[in-house]
Design a protein around this ligand. Structure first.
Ligand SMILES: Nc1nc2c(ncn2[C@@H]2O[C@H](COP(=O)(O)OP(=O)(O)OP(=O)(O)O)[C@@H](O)[C@H]2O)c(=O)[nH]1
Ligand SMILES: [Mg+2]
Length: 360
């Protein structure tokens, strides 16, 4: 999973990136002139993996991972397309599976002077318009290209389908709707997937609150949540937490009423929204979490581990993490009949522990 962090200049994107990744990327009040995004791959915290590690005592433990990309905003006042990203950023953000929109909800004198008082709803409007505009420009270009082809007699069923889809996209965008809200057939999806439209992506909001107002924004969060799923972070504070020892961080978190780390809150939120689930493989050598999509079959899960396992798939030996905890051991759950053999088509569930039998 790959999440692009976007937002208006100085909304605290890099601060949130640091909070999520435990990194120490430079956070500045002034434009730093930097254009490359910060990128980090982080473990997806999962208590189940910790528990399995205690039980199996493997030589190594491998968590699922998520990649975060922190985009640098174009210099403020750049009213041109891509004001929320530099053009480098615009190209890269297309590869993200989801967009994390950071909204400033803290006050700071220098920022209030340059950008006005924090106003998350206004900023969200601006971001939405920019994203829609970016997609609209691509769509309009594509339509003129197709029209030109058609004018020259180059008309195919494919090009006609594409024109139809592009026109639907354009009118949705003109009405202020995201491409996500349009229902496409599988064939139509095939036509547009290569364009990697920004408003076709799932967006999540992080309301970046100050230490003074964190936890007091339920009305605002509800409003934002009507547009996109929204979480509140105390960005600066959580960045500091991510750089402390676990024990120290827990004390401070409790004081602020923060239930778990920014990384764990965000990754579990994103997993469920984007339809990702985890299955596990366990043994003396390794306990490992793997990421697949909800409703993926056992053979897809096998392929996530290694293509040979999918090719030579015989069956999956399977039990659930919850049963393992309930009965205390593999032996215990076997005795109660909770050890299963599943075929290729079996839909893997979140928390399944699999051992793939294969033969090549
Ligand atoms: N008080 C407070 N200040 C914050 C918070 N988050 C960010 N800041 C400050 O806001 C300024 C900008 O933060 P950054 O994280 O660099 O913002 P950014 O969105 O990455 O900025 P650009 O990449 O330059 O657009 C810095 O001075 C931060 O210290 C917060 O939660 N509370
Ligand atoms: Mg930044």
């Amino acid at each position: 999973m790959n999440i692009g962090i976007i937002g208006l200049p100085k909304s605290g994107k890099t601060t949130i990136f640091n909070a999520l990744t435990g990194q120490n990327a430079e956070v500045t009040e002034y434009s730093s002139g930097k254009v490359e995004p910060n990128v980090a791959i982080v473990d997806v915290g999962d208590e189940r993996v910790d528990r399995l590690t205690e039980m199996y005592k493997p030589k190594k433990t491998i968590y699922a991972t998520t990649e975060f990309i922190d985009f640098v905003s174009a210099a403020s006042g750049a009213g041109k397309q891509g004001g929320i990203f530099s053009s480098e950023g615009m190209t890269l953000v297309k590869t993200a599976d989801a967009l994390l929109i950071v909204l400033r909800n803290f006050s700071k004198e220098s920022l209030d002077e340059s950008f006005g008082k924090a106003d998350p709803e206004r900023d969200l409007e601006t971001i939405q318009s920019e994203l829609m505009l970016a997609d609209q420009i691509i769509t309009e270009r594509r339509i003129s290209r197709i029209e030109a082809d058609h004018g020259r007699g180059k008309k195919t069923p494919q090009s006609q389908l594409e024109e139809k889809v592009m026109r639907r996209i354009l009118s949705a965008l003109e009405e202020g709707n995201w491409i996500r809200t349009i229902e496409f057939t599988a064939e139509e999806l095939g036509v547009i997937s290569g364009f990697r439209f920004l408003t076709a992506k799932q967006a999540l909001i992080v309301l970046n609150s100050g230490e003074d107002n964190y936890g007091k924004n339920s009305v605002l969060l509800e409003k934002l949540g009507e547009k996109y799923p929204a979480l509140e972070f105390a960005g600066n504070f959580e960045m500091e937490l991510s750089q402390m020892s676990k024990e120290d961080a827990e004390v401070f978190m409790a004081d602020m009423g923060i239930t778990s780390s920014a990384r764990n809150r965000l990754t579990s939120f994103a997993y469920s929204l984007l339809g990702y689930i985890s299955f596990f493989t366990v043994g003396e050598d390794e306990v490992r979490a793997w990421t697949i999509r909800k409703d993926d079959s056992a053979i897809t899960a096998a392929g996530a581990i290694h293509s040979d396992l999918a090719k030579g798939f015989i069956r999956a030996e399977c039990f659930s993490y919850d049963d393992l905890i309930t009965y205390g051991s593999e032996k215990g759950l076997r005795e109660k009949g909770h050890f299963r053999l599943e075929g290729k088509e079996y839909k893997v569930k979140d928390g399944d522990i699999l051992n793939i039998r294969f033969n090549i």
